[in-house]
Unconditional design. Structure first.
Lengths: 221, 221
């Protein structure tokens, strides 16, 4: 199994037993998370925004308006940090100190490279559409040249990535186990509701299989 | 209604019609989101981590180990940016270009102040426990002095905050409305599963009402 070797920055220091460097684990979290949070440096200050991402092999793509603040910032300072987080459950311990949240998260450090090759840009754009709904890029009308020009895409390599995973029950102190306090986990799950057709859609166009059988890549069940 | 006046940084420039500066909207998003993403400056580079937050009035609290990398970074450079994001639905447009995600997000810029006053620290710690599960701080055993010492808490004011909200159907170009392509929204919802008792819990201790009737503050239905 491929591993991203931990660097000084990606080594999980707090609770190191929760650190994971297997690329299979990292990739699965990135693929399942709908969005990531992208941190950049703007005028010397940190800035973080939510954005759609897509992984293709060893590259993590994000996109946006070429005139937008974040992508302008990427051109000025290519150093980025991205985090994708899945919240799996609420950990209710007997003490506040051990209360927690079960989660799977990935953090990626790197330099974001602007994608200028037309073929790579088209593939990345398709991957971003398919990240929202697998298979969707084959259903939509193809992008126009103008749309491709109006979209800036950046790629960050997954060389410096790590995952952090917390699962299971609370980790209360031994001396608290006798407290008459309920402890356990409230599991959380993201569910997809029935599709809501665009009001402007002709009534004879029904949702495709990709919508009817929507399933998140990597998601349980 | 209170408003956070938009500053140069918080004014929503891309699709400004989605920008919201009402504190009631900002507060509701912060209160509903389980976690936020906290961006700091570490050695001149941006760093972002997921973390539990809690809002008390005009302050946004985060906590961590005093020895942890992020809180050490906060002591070095108090400038932070926090983002809390709720993903509400997948927007499947007729074109990839207009594909999107319905979401509510808040971004907060500010200087994080370390909380040293014991009373404020205790209240913030309770708020962090109650953020995970409302009412939980009254059920757990109270924090010890040692636990309070082993927890660092930082407060960021909500003076410089903005929300961004996208709702509703795809915004396809007029000329695409005739395409024979299904378009609409796949709504997403986070649901709480049945409580999983800690295996070390005596069987005669049942879950409290706060667990049985768990409901996210601000969450619909």
């Amino acid at each position: 199994m491929r591993r991203a070797e931990p660097t000084e920055r990606t080594r999980v220091r707090r609770l190191p037993e929760r650190g994971v460097y297997d690329r299979a684990v990292i990739d699965a979290i990135l693929d399942e998370a709908f969005i990531c949070h992208l941190a950049t440096l703007v005028g010397g200050s940190p800035r973080v925004i939510p954005t759609i991402h897509a992984r293709v092999g060893d590259a993590l793509y994000v996109h946006g308006s070429p005139a937008g603040g974040t992508l302008r910032a990427l051109r000025e300072s290519a150093e980025v940090c991205l985090a994708a987080t899945l919240v799996d459950g609420l950990v209710l311990a007997r003490s506040g100190f051990h209360s927690s949240i079960n989660h799977r998260s990935v953090i990626v450090y790197g330099r974001a490279r602007e994608v200028t090759d037309p073929e790579e840009k088209r593939r990345a754009q398709e991957a971003l559409v398919d990240h929202v709904a697998p298979g969707r890029s084959a259903e939509v009308r193809p992008p126009t040249d103008r749309e491709l020009r109006r979209t800036a895409i950046f790629a960050t390599p997954l060389d410096e990535a790590s995952a952090k995973v917390r699962t299971g029950p609370p980790e209360d102190d031994e001396e608290d186990l006798g407290c008459p306090i309920w402890a356990g986990v409230l599991p959380l799950r993201t569910v997809v509701g029935p599709p809501q057709a665009d009001p402007r859609l002709p009534p004879d166009i029904g949702p495709p299989e990709s919508v009817l059988r929507y399933r998140r890549p990597g998601a349980p069940g």
